[in-house]
Design a binder for this molecule. Structure first.
Ligand code: 1GP
Length: 250
């Protein structure tokens, strides 16, 4: 079942061409700082807030972060969990994700089985998403026991993305790893985006409007940035990225 948050994302993508989502890593911020960043990001045109990180473990802190964000912005807050501890009852939705190139069944289906009853209990909207780690992969790759797909193997990334789509995942995410030195190259994004029919999310290492535009021009429908919004210059960064990717034709 497609819920309200997913409908909102799709409508926004259809209207704007490509959208920006701000990622808050609960490990790096206090609740007031999370509120401040998200307020600035939303007023600069970000479409939703994702909350999650690779190594986070305290649900209590996560709850406080989500509540602080919900108090100040109206856009959806979507959980981006690395484990069952990434679930907060205060969010609007959760990326119900499987790390398709993990070699550990826990990250393919184990954590999902453990988390599903909680998601039901909290009435969180679950949005099925296939998560694929590429390039250097960073911490997410180590924690998720992934075999990151090299940037020069687009056909392997396409195979993973198609497998996700055929399993019913309604979004595919190409993740370069938070703070990646090189974001996902446009050629790789294009190879995947032209092969699948579900929206493609791209994140990891995107720091400039040029990189965001290159990703959107190659077919990314959602651009996620994390590190860049932890700077003091959130408004400028987010608004230049949003302006660049909006109505981007590819
Ligand atoms: C989300 O990991 C990314 O996909 C975020 O990466 O922190 O490098 O923007 P950055």
């Amino acid at each position: 079942m497609v819920g309200a948050v997913e409908r909102y994302l799709i409508e926004k993508i259809n209207y704007d061409g490509a959208i920006h989502i701000t990622l808050i890593d609960p490990e790096n911020v206090t609740p007031p700082k999370a509120a401040l960043i998200t307020q600035k990001a939303v007023s600069s045109g970000t479409s939703a807030i994702m909350v999650g990180g690779s190594t986070f473990i305290s649900v209590r802190h996560l709850d406080e972060i989500v509540k602080a964000i919900k108090r100040v912005v109206k856009v959806p807050v979507i959980l981006f969990p690395n484990n069952v501890t990434g679930i907060s009852r205060y969010a609007d939705a959760i990326w119900f994700m499987s790390l398709i190139n993990s070699v550990d069944p826990y990250f393919l289906i184990g954590a999902q089985v453990l988390g599903a009853p909680l998601i039901k209990k909290y009435a969180l909207e679950a949005i099925p998403m296939g998560y694929i780690i590429v390039g250097e992969g960073g911490t997410a790759s180590i924690i998720g026991k992934a075999i990151p797909i090299p940037y020069d193997k687009p056909e392997i990334a396409v195979a993973h993305a198609l497998a996700g789509q055929y399993l019913g995942m309604r979004f595919i995410y190409l993740e370069a790893g938070s703070g990646a030195r090189e974001p996902v190259p446009p050629e790789l994004i294009r190879a995947v985006s032209v092969s699948i029919e579900v929206p493609l999310i791209v994140g990891g290492g995107i720091k400039t409007k040029e990189q965001a535009l290159a990703a959107a021009s190659a077919g990314a429908k959602i651009i996620v940035t994390g590190n860049v919004v932890e700077d003091d210059n959130v408004e400028n960064k987010v608004s230049e990225i949003v302006r660049c990717i909006k109505n981007c034709k590819h």
